[in-house]
Design a protein around this ligand. Structure first.
Ligand SMILES: [Zn+2]
Ligand SMILES: [Zn+2]
Length: 263
């Protein structure tokens, strides 16, 4: 049995609750400890029932409350060596027993969950996404990816549920308020995935059996939930998919929990 529920999603902060068997996991902790606790309670999960934390990379919109939750509930944090080196100054002192190292492409077990982290192309040190399995049910989380490359695609394609980045509309970005330098960074191969690239990916994912797609990590300035939704919906419809029947599509809320997907 797996469950996925996005608690916060966007450049302002990210956290996703995943349950695998009896194991409760928080993937990224990019909000304050109290906001994360409140969001968990809102979806019926007591914060002290968490078993562990997974971190994709050291950017503050992914790590802000990780140290607080780890210390308060004695939770192990799983992250790559590069992420640990760069996040430790941001999250404070972590009990040595709770420092767990992972590596892209190397499968590991965390309580009931079988987890495969995969390397992501992003301007951070050794960032990863996660595929989490239990009894042949599989969820994947892939955000903060500059391009959809083979490693990411091959890692997520056999999932039941995928939370995929749909960061920006290219025209809104080009004509929006960002500096030329920041526009270049977002569009680069180590920046963020555009709505168009997300939509194209989703049109292939449905051929591999993905049945639930959650769009996430939207830019506040260069996207809207309706533009992101419409871009991927159009790509799915062009492939002949009936959205809502063959595949579900949802945009994860910036500050509100998504649907709770249970398989
Ligand atoms: Zn981010
Ligand atoms: Zn990032």
């Amino acid at each position: 049995m797996v469950e996925l529920c996005s608690l916060f999603s966007g450049s302002s902060g990210n956290a996703t609750f995943v349950k695998a068997g009896n194991t409760n996991i928080l993937v990224d902790c990019g909000e304050s400890g109290s906001h994360l606790e409140a969001a968990l309670r809102q979806i019926g999960v007591e914060p002290d029932s968490l078993d562990c934390i997974f971190i994709t990379h050291e950017h503050i919109d992914h790590v802000k409350g990780a140290g607080i939750l780890s210390r308060r509930y004695n939770l192990p944090i799983y992250a790559s060596v590069g992420t640990w080196q760069n996040m430790i100054s941001r999250i404070g002192k972590i009990d040595t027993d709770n420092i767990r190292y992972i590596k892209g492409g190397i499968k590991f077990g965390a309580f009931d969950a079988v987890v495969t982290p995969f390397a992501t192309p992003h301007d951070s040190c050794e960032s990863v996404g996660f595929t989490i399995e239990h009894n042949d049910k599989r969820v994947s989380i892939a955000t903060d990816i500059g391009v959809m490359n083979k490693t990411v695609y091959e890692s997520i394609k056999h999932s039941d549920i995928v939370l995929l980045e749909s960061n920006h509309d290219v025209d809104m970005l080009l004509h929006g308020p960002y500096s030329p330098e920041l526009k270049r960074r977002v569009r680069s191969s180590v920046g963020h995935l555009s709505n168009d690239d997300c939509a194209l990916t989703c049109s292939h994912l449905i051929d591999c059996g993905v049945r639930h797609i959650v769009l996430g990590h939207l830019s506040l300035d260069n996207n809207t939930p309706s533009v992101a939704y419409a871009t991927t919906e159009e790509a799915l419809v062009m492939k002949g998919a009936r959205v809502g029947t063959d595949v579900t599509l949802e945009v994860a809320g910036r500050y509100a929990p998504s649907q709770k997907y249970q398989l």
